[in-house]
Design a binder for this molecule. Structure first.
Ligand SMILES: Cc1ncc(COP(=O)(O)O)c(C=O)c1O
Length: 371
């Protein structure tokens, strides 16, 4: 289309290198410490301090972090793990991979995060763990979830892959439950290309995480205490991540500015509702997600995305619910709110260097699709 060819394309995400990334990666290279090395310690110590987690263990990616959390609590075949029915489904998939059973809970229709009430409805004597997923940078209402699980001896593993630096009642997401997991994948708030972390205050779990992270081998080389994985992050990646982490305040400020721009531009666009953030939550957005009213957009979400793409703007759909993949997640699963949120959600371009004109263009492209 003539219009899209004259305007520059706007990608959905774009990693920004804020500071000394090249210098630190070159330093790691020239040191020859490309697997282990001092940037790993610096990244782990820095993130632990910043998030207020006594232990932060760097790993290969956010999915490996969830896998390690499950291994650390000795999740067994047949154990049940409660996960939201609307989220990126890594926590459900790793449960399945380990022979455990993901049990899906409803989300709140405004925050799109799982609630204590919804979790309580699906608990059973086999529930071992609950995984609140802090979608798009929001935070689940953690206090009632922690209370509910503590009373019953259920482990809380926060999936904070999308909510690095988001705070709930002043505490960092990921550092509230027994364990927390982070992702440093390319689109995330801090990136190492691929990467992640496990956070915990539970001293009894730290050694297990270290063991499973590195071949089950900690004390004597080639002596394995458990059948472990290699889920380590490299020093090269940590060098990149540490340079990003050094600029975390700038990154958080830029993401807040981006959120404010969207708020301003979306203010008088009816029938497009952004994700809701409760008073208790100080969000650092990974993504800007909006829910479109099907009455105003009768052509449907996918058609709207296609029309917006014609104008050079890349968007993503909301996460598909497990009921869309019945072979993988057999039902019955009662999650009508998750299904509606999924159907009506569009995730807009979101990276800290987006400028006001671009946000205006994105919102205008969306507005134009209203019937
Ligand atoms: C909520 C959530 N959990 C887990 C993951 C998996 O992280 P990774 O891609 O680093 O394996 C992601 C996304 O990437 C995610 O969004």
């Amino acid at each position: 289309m003539a219009e899209s060819s004259t305007l520059h394309p706007i990608p959905w995400a774009k990693p920004d290198f804020w500071g000394r990334e090249k210098e630190y990666v070159a330093d790691a290279l020239s040191s020859t410490w490309i697997s282990g090395g001092s940037y790993l310690d610096r990244l782990e110590t820095g993130v632990a301090g910043y998030l207020g987690a006594p232990h932060a263990l760097a790993v290969a990616n956010g999915t490996a972090a969830i896998h390690l959390a499950y291994l650390a609590i000795d999740l067994r075949p047949g154990d049940e793990v409660v996960v939201p029915g609307f989220c990126f489904l890594a926590a459900a998939n790793i449960a399945l991979l380990m022979g455990a059973v993901p049990v899906f809970a409803e989300v709140d229709p405004k925050t799109w995060c799982v609630t204590a009430e919804a979790i309580e409805r699906v608990l059973s004597p086999r529930t071992r763990a609950v995984v609140p997923v802090h979608s798009y940078g929001n935070s689940c209402d953690m206090a009632p979830i922690v209370d509910l699980c503590r009373d019953r001896g259920i482990v809380v593993i926060e999936d904070a892959a999308e909510s690095f630096a988001t705070r709930y009642r002043g505490q960092a997401t990921g550092a509230i439950g027994d364990l927390g997991t982070l992702s440093f994948q390319a689109t995330k708030t801090i990136t190492t290309g691929e990467g992640g972390m496990v956070l915990t205050a539970r001293e009894d779990l730290v050694e297990k995480i270290r063991l499973y992270r590195s071949h089950g081998m900690l004390r004597t080389r080639y002596m394995h205490d458990v059948a472990g994985h290699n889920f380590r992050l490299t020093n090269l990646q940590a060098a990149l991540g540490y340079a990003q982490f050094e600029r975390i305040d700038d990154i958080v400020a830029a993401r807040a500015r981006m959120m404010a721009l969207y708020r301003e531009h979306l203010r008088d666009v009816g029938e497009v509702t952004p994700q809701y953030f409760a008073q208790d939550v100080d969000p650092v957005l990974w993504a800007v997600a909006v829910r479109i009213d099907p009455k105003a957009f009768p052509q449907g979400r996918d058609a709207v995305m296609a029309q917006v793409a014609e104008l050079g703007i890349e968007t993503r759909p909301g996460f598909y619910p497990p009921t869309a993949m019945p072979d993988l997640y057999p039902g019955p699963i009662d999650i009508s709110v998750c299904e509606a949120v999924s159907r009506e959600t569009i995730v807009l371009p979101c990276y800290p260097t987006l400028i006001s004109d671009e946000v205006g263009r994105i919102v205008e492209a969306l507005r134009r699709q209203k019937k």
